[in-house]
Design a protein around this ligand. Structure first.
Ligand code: ADP
Ligand code: MG
Length: 697
């Protein structure tokens, strides 16, 4: 017989098979445990009652005690509504229902005392509340002074009467028995040391808070627990990997030295040198490397990658270099090809559009070992691509790749895993990096090549468009090139293309003498390449594009970036786009064009961009404004399935959780000590129920 919390949700009194089906589909609540972990996402303050004469439209909600003095049905058919006049000693207010009129009225009695809760609105001199919550006045709710949980539901659930209130009722029902089954899930020594609330009390307080302070404690405890176990599993995974996956040993750096002394086109920054050293240490350690290199746009990650490939090749191994888009893969290939030529190293490119005959040649080259570097898109991870000796897999702009894709790169060699180097230009705030990549080592290139001038960023309203055009004109006359980027959001793709085309036309009218390029996602790959190439070679002066040019593209002479409808872009995307300029010796400029009306959040984004060019600051802000949800396709990683913690806000708790987890595992790596048995049981149970983490690169 399953334990209490494993029981299927349909067996909870009052739920039944039909509602259970809905709860599973809509909220992924399958068991009693899932329900109890369906924590409220906010609480309504029921700590005070208002008198009706105090009501005004500025209150976000109000709670009143009073009686109905009359009901009236107004209108007919679909416009029908029920108006109840609700009164206390100080006045009256209208309570209005547009739906379920009959049902509502049948439930309510004139003269009876009720507690009413809702958002007041004003119509002329009168106040009303639409669809208020109404409850009989009881000894319990009369006291006020409580925080009412508000639970997430969906529109579909609401139409079936499973609203927040209904979930609260289920929760009450669940707790009748659950209180006898809640076991502690953190060891007593940790609870004591960090003065955490015990588990049972924490669960009670999170759903039925006694007061704000108790709620605060409960939240702190549950957040700590959640983050502690995530960290514990990540760190444990890292330990296991170090123990069980021996790595290829690369002791030879001949080619690197040769290239360094004879061909290196510039002086490496100190940060680049440090990161290459860190990686070389990994190569010699005898352990398989899993390292994330993060460095702001333009920090020179490609050169770092190339130098590391030279080490792998010096030791007789091959390298895979994977980029997220064809344009990027091409650009990398061209850059790397030049370097490789100088050294006489075999290099090839593979993409989705490679022809069969090309693929055959590549397959032969990989097999014979003639090809040392294979550059490409995710076509590289297809099963048909087989290396004879893959030693290093490099994944550029990692956030575009799903976890599964990363995992499959692992299996390109029978027996030994290649070293894996993941590179990202999306600076990941430390808090997020720790959670996402707690099992990876992280190197940071925190320095830009010298001689770069910080990009100047301005915000301009659409009404000042002519000024923007004049500015572009001047810069082009000085010999510079310009990007003008339009947003492309899938849902409104049609409109977006219209914007892009209209924009292109008005630019063509304003600059009849300048050759223009246009690149967007609907074009054929060849056409895109051709346009891109013309721009790279300086034949065209202005590049009008959607965000396809977002990552990685490198045109040093392009020094102006105009972003249209900038309010529609996320912060990290704006930063990426801005990173396309500022790559040459000239002063670069970024102009953010927006409409006149902006939401507060959009204002905050624009201001952040104008104020700073520091990618890490921008990433922190992004995390705050947006939450980690879609920051980098993390959802599918299974790691981000946080029930209560918020990485934007809980950085301190995360740090503590990581420190405690590290301490526990340092003392007892295999969790064999008696005091850690609880912890061990807990992670064993958790790993049964989630993704296979060892396959997450
Ligand atoms: P990212 O980190 O964004 O991938 P890239 O590797 O594309 O950056 O490098 C951006 C540009 O800077 C390239 O033109 C590259 O050749 C150049 N670069 C890289 N390292 C240095 C350096 N140490 N000194 C000068 N230029 C450099
Ligand atoms: Mg790059």
């Amino acid at each position: 017989m399953p334990g209490f919390f494993e029981r299927s949700i349909e067996y909870l009194k009052g739920v039944g098979p039909q509602r259970a089906e809905l709860l599973k589909k809509e909220l992924q609540i399958f068991t009693f445990a899932d329900l109890i972990e369906h924590y409220p996402f906010r609480y309504e303050d029921r700590t005070r009652f208002y008198q009706i004469r105090e009501i005004n439209e500025n209150l976000s909600s109000a709670q009143i005690i009073g009686r109905f003095i009359s009901f009236q049905t107004v209108g007919t058919g679909r416009k029908q509504r029920l108006v109840g006049i609700f009164a206390d000693e100080t006045g009256t207010i209208e309570l209005v229902w547009f739906q379920g009129v009959k049902w509502v009225q049948s439930k309510l009695t004139i003269g009876q005392e009720y507690v009413v809760f809702g958002k007041p609105a004003r119509f002329g001199q009168k106040y009303s509340i639409a669809h208020p919550e109404v409850e009989l006045l009881t000894a319990g709710n009369k006291q006020g002074a409580y925080l009412q949980p508000v639970y997430n539901t969906t529109e579909k659930l609401k139409t079936r009467f499973v609203d927040s209130k209904a979930i609260m009722k289920m929760m009450k029902m669940l707790f009748v028995e659950a209180v006898n089954h809640i076991n502690e899930t953190l060891p007593p020594n940790i609870i004591e040391r960090y003065k955490l609330m015990d588990k049972k009390n924490a669960l009670i307080q999170i759903h039925f808070p006694r007061n704000p302070k108790a709620l605060q404690h409960a939240r702190a405890r549950l957040k700590f627990e959640e983050l502690f176990y995530i960290q514990l599993r990540l760190i444990k995974l890292k330990i296991t990997r170090i123990d069980s996956f021996p790595g290829l040993k690369f002791n030879n750096s001949e080619l690197l030295n040769h290239y360094y002394e004879n061909f290196l086109p510039f002086k490496l920054t100190n940060a680049q040198k440090r990161v290459v050293k860190e990686i070389y240490l990994d190569f010699r350690s005898g352990r398989q490397m899993n390292r994330l290199v993060q460095g702001d746009v333009g920090s020179g990650k490609t050169m770092v990658a190339f130098l590391c490939m030279l080490i792998a090749i010096s030791n007789g191994y091959q390298c895979a270099f994977m980029a997220p888009t064809e344009i990027l893969a091409d650009q990398h290939f061209k850059g790397l090809y030049e370097h490789a030529q100088e050294l006489g190293i075999g290099i090839a490119r593979l993409s989705g559009s490679s022809k069969k005959s090309e693929r055959k040649v590549i397959a032969q080259g990989l097999d014979s070992g003639e090809i040392k570097i294979l550059v490409g898109t995710h076509a590289l991870i297809e099963d048909s691509v087989q290396f004879s000796k893959l030693g290093l897999a490099i994944i550029d702009e990692q956030h575009r790749f799903g976890v599964a894709q990363r995992a499959s790169l692992w299996n390109k060699n029978q027996g030994t895993y290649p070293h894996v180097l993941v590179m990202t230009a999306t600076p990941i705030p430390r808090t997020l990096a720790m959670t996402l990549y707690g099992d990876l080592d992280i190197s940071t290139i925190d320095e830009l090549p010298s001689g770069r001038k910080p990009i100047k960023t301005y915000h301009m309203r659409d009404s000042h468009r002519l000024k923007m055009f004049d500015f572009i004109d001047k810069e082009v006359q000085k010999g510079r090139q310009v990007y003008i980027v339009y947003p492309l959001i899938e849902e409104s793709a049609k409109l977006d293309y219209k914007d892009l085309m209209d924009g292109y036309e008005s630019i063509a009218r304003r600059f009849p003498d300048y050759p223009l390029s246009i690149v967007h996602g609907k074009m054929k790959a060849e056409d895109k390449d051709w346009e891109m190439a013309r721009f790279v070679q300086g034949e065209t002066k202005i590049m009008v594009a959607t965000t396809v040019i977002e990552v990685g593209v490198n045109v040093p002479n392009a020094s102006i970036m105009v972003i249209e409808n900038a309010e529609r872009f996320g912060l990290s995307q704006l930063h990426q786009l801005r990173g396309r300029v500022g790559r040459g010796a000239e002063q670069s400029h970024c102009i953010l064009m927006t409409g006149n009306k902006l939401t507060n959040e959009a204002k905050a984004r624009v201001k952040t961009m104008v104020d700073t060019t520091d990618g890490f600051k921008i990433a922190e802000m992004d995390l705050k404004l947006r939450g980690p949800g879609d920051l980098m396709g993390t959802q599918q990683s299974g790691l981000m399935d946080l029930k209560i913690s918020d990485l934007g806000q809980d950085g301190e708790t995360l740090k503590l959780a990581r420190a405690v987890a590290t301490e526990v595992l340092n003392e007892d790596p295999s969790l064999v000590l008696p005091k850690n048995q609880l912890v061990k049981r807990q992670i064993d149970a958790q790993s049964k129920s989630t993704v296979n983490w060892s396959r997450v690169s």
